[in-house]
Structures are given as C-alpha cells and as structure tokens.
Design a protein around this ligand. Structure first.
Ligand code: G3P
Ligand code: CA
Length: 265
C-alpha cells in the first residue's frame, strides 16, 4: 500500500499549496493529492472550496470560478495555518506539475463544486493542453472526481493517464456517489470497467472488507481509500494495508508512515 498526502501534507502545511505538496513527497508519501478549480480567466488553480473565505487571510471571500488569476494571486492562503506560512500563495496547477519529483505522483481532484453540481467541462481541454505543454508522463498522474460522467469524458481524451471514481460513504446521502454496500460497490465496479476507468477511490468505512478489495482487483481495478480527519488514524491505515488496498490518502503522511512497514514508502 502506498500513501497519498491529502491536500498535500495538510496536517503540517497549508492545504493545496506548493509547499504542502512538496512536504508530502518529502515525508515519504508516494503521491500528493490536490483539488483544482478553473478561474474566470481559464487558469487551473489549487483550491478545495468554491470560495477563498476559509483559507485566505482576513477571510477574503472570492468565488474562484468568477475571479481572475491576478486577483487570486494577491491572496495569502498560508497565514491561517501559522506564522511560518505567512505569504504563501495559491499555486497554479502547472507549477505543481513541474515540481513532481521523479518516482513520485500527483492525484488531481477536479472539483465539482461544494454542492456537487458537476465539474466544469472546459477543464477537459485545459488539462489535455497542459499535460501536452508540460510533457507530463502518465506515470506521474491520477485524476479523481466525484462527477463520474466528467471523468469518463476526461479518460477518453487522455486515456494514458489514470482515473479513479471518487465515492462517498453516507454523510450526505444522494448528493455524492455513495459506496455503502456490495450492491453499490458492484455497480461502480461495472461502470468503471465499462468506461475504462482504472480504479475506485472510496471514502473510508467499516463495511469495506478484503472481499470488497478482491472484487475490485478481480476486474483489474485499483482500490484506494480516503477519509475525513476523524477517521484518519493509524488503526485504519493498518486495516487497509492488511486487506490489500493499493493507496491510502491521509492528512499526515509522516505520522502514518511511522506506523507502517517500509514497503509503504
Ligand atoms: O481524496 C479524496 C478527497 O480529497 C475527497 O474529499 O473534500 O477532501 O476533496 P475532499
Ligand atoms: Ca480532494
């Protein structure tokens, strides 16, 4: 099992910044995970929420999709995490792509809005052009998204790059694609297989078993797990390693890796 740093090493550094991505790789994570949104003037930037309010200094509230890059680039999105990170900026995806070390990897979550209204279809062209321009090797990238129709279309355009369906567990039933039982698991396995998708990235839940992972592997797919902070524990990491999960996303790669065997580095 390999480790993915959620929004980078987001326990230790401000999420979705270049500094956070680099720290995840330095801490021994195979991959760093980031969230991307398209700005009003067509740049792809790292940001989780629709608005900058939660992470920008003084709570500056700009809707990323309706703001130009020049204005977003003036914001300090580091200070909220501590004085050490004062002045840290929102990165462009292209700068993060250039920073992926050889042998490491980036998970790119294309955001579908805080209410899951769907990913911006223009991002497909943007990503295709960017990967071509920056000459990024397919071994370095996995795309993830809760908007599975978007991901199916993206995968058709850039088939050499990995793409995993993101699924939720149960917190907001109906709003996000849920895998809560074997019927839902089998449905998403079938959909993934039909659309050439490479894996499932499922929210942590107690119902996930070795048999589930074997079903996923049986169709030639990868099994990945992500979780919210309260479930981001070494106990869960050890469970997922034990049942054969391929990738585990955590906010704290250094701490989790300390408790896992060296093969997870
Ligand atoms: O790795 C998947 C996970 O990042 C999805 O949740 O809300 O943290 O983007 P969120
Ligand atoms: Ca994410």
């Amino acid at each position: 099992m390999k480790i993915v740093g959620h929004r980078g090493a987001s326990e230790d550094a401000p999420e979705n910044t270049l500094q956070s991505m680099k720290l995840a790789w330095e801490q021994g994570a195979y991959a760093a995970e980031c969230d991307i949104i398209r700005t009003d003037d067509g740049k792809l930037v790292l940001m989780h929420d629709d608005s900058t309010k939660r992470t920008a200094l003084d709570g500056v509230d700009l809707l990323v999709e309706h703001t130009d890059w020049n204005d977003l680039n003036k914001l300090d999105v580091g200070s909220w995490k501590g004085e050490k990170w004062k002045g840290v900026k929102i990165p462009l995806l292209e700068d993060v792509l250039r920073a992926i070390p050889d042998g490491n990897h980036l998970y790119i979550e294309v955001k579908s809005g805080d209410t899951n209204r769907g990913a911006d279809p223009r991002v497909i062209d943007d990503l295709e052009n960017l990967l071509e321009k920056e000459k990024i090797s397919p071994e370095k990238i996995t795309f993830i998204c809760f908007d599975h129709d978007f991901l199916n279309r993206l995968k058709k355009r850039v088939p050499r790059y990995n793409a995993y369906y993101l699924t939720s567990f149960a917190e907001f039933p109906g709003k996000w694609p849920d895998v809560r039982n074997e019927v839902e698991l089998e449905m998403y396995i079938r959909e993934a297989h039909k659309n050439g998708i490479d894996g499932l990235d499922m929210e942590n839940s107690p119902v996930i078993t070795k048999e589930w992972v074997e079903k996923i592997h049986g169709k030639g797919l990868k099994a990945a797990i992500w979780s919210y902070s309260k479930d981001d524990t070494l106990e869960n990491a050890l469970k997922y390693k034990d049942i054969g999960v391929d990738f585990l996303t955590t906010n704290m790669p250094a701490r989790i890796l300390q408790g896992l065997d060296p093969s997870c580095r």
